[in-house]
Design a protein around this ligand. Structure first.
Ligand SMILES: Nc1ncnc2c1ncn2[C@@H]1O[C@H](COP(=O)(O)OP(=O)(O)OP(=O)(O)O)[C@@H](O)[C@H]1O
Ligand SMILES: [Mg+2]
Length: 295
């Protein structure tokens, strides 16, 4: 038997033990965002909005999302831009409170979502390591033990004692990655952090992530790199417009995602061709017309 990606089925990740304890439980999750403050609202419209049950200009970034991650499982969440992947990870990390549904995460979470977002710009890298340790609730002895490892992993030379505001974005991300992965978490949440830093750092961070994945109770990985999905994840979820469209073997889910991406590309091209034929974008050079259609 050959699976959808054309690889032998035995190369696909082993099926999970269904009796394994649950690490993450998500049931009927919904996250609603309001766009009210990003749009100009007229007085008349504000008045109408006051009497609506559902806020106008609100939309569901996630809806009816239900899944489980059992111990030892790594779950990939894939989907097009704006599908709700980062929103889902922020909910799991406790950064966003869901509008509806239940989210239960068992254990210490380490989330690599926005690396270095919490840095104090005026403090040095070394002081920011101390600060992060305090936020994570680590005792001084643990901090003394892990600080040299963090400094060595970030590998930013004497800049470790300079204020963060003097760092390049890559250096900031390296230090953020080194801090976030210094302690073995129970639950690991990763959002597109595998593309951090230069090539050498990427290879090093890939190794570190693999170590963490092996030791963690559960991993949820958001990525646009389909190799990671099929290579390291036992299961995949395809999100589109905030809803789960497909779930299961990563090879199958990736194949559906690719098929849907091709379809939407073809639909966009057809719309562009129609618009050009109707003269709506005919006066623009082809590239400009394309970008106008996308925006
Ligand atoms: N703070 C916010 N306020 C309003 N809308 C938001 C907010 N954050 C995200 N959104 C919207 O929610 C939807 C889901 O966004 P999200 O960042 O989760 O997508 P994503 O799947 O991670 O996309 P990408 O692949 O581009 O990272 C998008 O339509 C986005 O515009
Ligand atoms: Mg995202």
């Amino acid at each position: 038997m050959v699976d959808v990606a054309g690889r032998p089925a035995e190369a696909a990740p082993a099926p999970l033990r269904t009796d394994a304890p649950v690490a993450i439980e998500v049931r009927d999750l919904g996250v609603q965002y309001s766009l009210r403050f990003t749009k100009k609202t007229t007085l008349n419209r504000s008045f109408i909005n006051m009497f609506r049950r559902e806020p106008a200009d609100a939309f569901w970034a996630l809806r009816d999302v239900t899944f489980q991650v059992v111990h030892g499982e790594s779950l990939a969440v894939i989907g097009p831009n704006g599908a709700g992947k980062s929103t889902l990870l922020q909910v799991l990390a406790g950064i966003i409170t869901p509008s509806e549904g239940i989210v239960d995460v068992d254990g210490r979470i380490s989330s690599l979502l926005t690396l270095g977002a919490g840095f104090d710009q005026d403090l040095s890298g070394r002081d920011n390591i101390r600060l992060a340790g305090a936020f994570m609730g680590l005792d001084p002895a643990t901090m003394r033990r892990i600080t040299p490892t963090i400094v060595e992993f970030a590998d930013i030379g004497p800049f470790i004692d300079a204020p963060i505001k003097t760092y390049s974005s890559g250096m900031r991300a390296r230090l953020g990655f080194a801090i976030a992965t210094a302690v073995d978490p129970d639950i690991l949440l990763l959002d597109e952090v595998l593309a951090t830093g230069d090539e050498t750092f990427r290879a090093k961070s890939k190794q570190r992530v693999l170590e963490l994945v092996r030791g963690a109770k559960g991993v949820v990985l958001v990525t646009h790199d389909m190799n990671w999905v099929t290579e390291f994840c036992k299961r995949g979820i395809l999100l589109e417009q905030g809803r789960i469209i497909a779930e299961g073997n990563p090879y199958d889910v990736v194949a559906i995602h690719r098929e849907h991406s091709e379809q939407s590309k073809a639909e966009r091209q057809a719309a562009l061709d129609r618009a050009m034929k109707d003269g709506a974008v005919g006066s623009l050079p082809p590239d400009a017309a394309r970008s106008r259609l996308r925006s």
